[in-house]
Design a protein. Sequence first.
Length: 303
Amino acid sequence: MSTPLRLGTRRSLMATTQSGIVADRLTALTGREVELVGVTTFGDVSRAHLTQLGGTGVFVNDLRGRLLAGEVDFAVHSLKDLPTKQDERIALAAIPERDDPRDALVGPVRLRDLPAGARVGTGSPRRVAQLRLLRPDLEYVPIRGNADTRIGKVTSGELDAVVLAAAGLARIRRDGEIAQVFEVDEMLPAPGQGALAVECLADRDDLIELLSAVDDPLTRAAVAAERSVLAALEAGCAAPVGAFASGDGHILSLTATVVDVDGARSVRKSTSGPSPAAVELGRELAAAMIAEGADTLMGEQAH
Ligand SMILES: NCc1[nH]cc(CCC(=O)O)c1CC(=O)O
């Protein structure tokens, strides 16, 4: 009998749900028991100052600290919240099969049926920029807080609609309130959206081997290409960069966009190539986008 593995998780519903899903899948595939260890991160107690603290990276860093301190054996993050530069002491041991990568509108009607001047909430420059291309006549309101808080602003009438990730809405069981799921060609998701990252210490070879049971190579290749675009553009998670890749294990198709926040100008390019070259594919696409002025579009937003 081996001791249960300790999975460090934030206490929010979204975090405990995604941690629970990975824990159950790991146990089913390997027979190894997993125990969830609830962690209150600095980002959870100082939510009001999250932007000053560097956005969602603060949650990731706090859980990584628990790994380094030996308090937990592994952690599960929303992959899109990971910084593009990996901490060398930490291994990305598995990337499970991705959930729905798309963005979704929560509100009474679809985007095209909202009346002119309707107020749509989103804190993401990427979403605002792409929404402006679709509906320049609406008002986009920056909002913060967890998904429940954001949806609450629609229920209370403060906003007409909000845009959130479909995968996150499903994890907190609020997907019943979705009026529209955007197709990726009208609204490119954030790199890695809908995917999870399973991390442990880089020197724990046996654990990395065990965790690889929940790895999905197709998702790993797709996400590697998407994140490579972001890294090559030297953009952070708040940048107006969308990227989506999918493939069959042999050929990967990748589309990426950079939109200026006014929604007035954008650069968008697609490519495809062999899956094992996912990182190069993303880097080359980013270089082609920069040649068309993508870096000037990002301006001050990029960092
Ligand atoms: N930045 C916050 C965040 N990180 C992951 C998700 C949703 C789940 C996912 O994309 O995997 C969300 C909320 C959102 O963007 O609506």
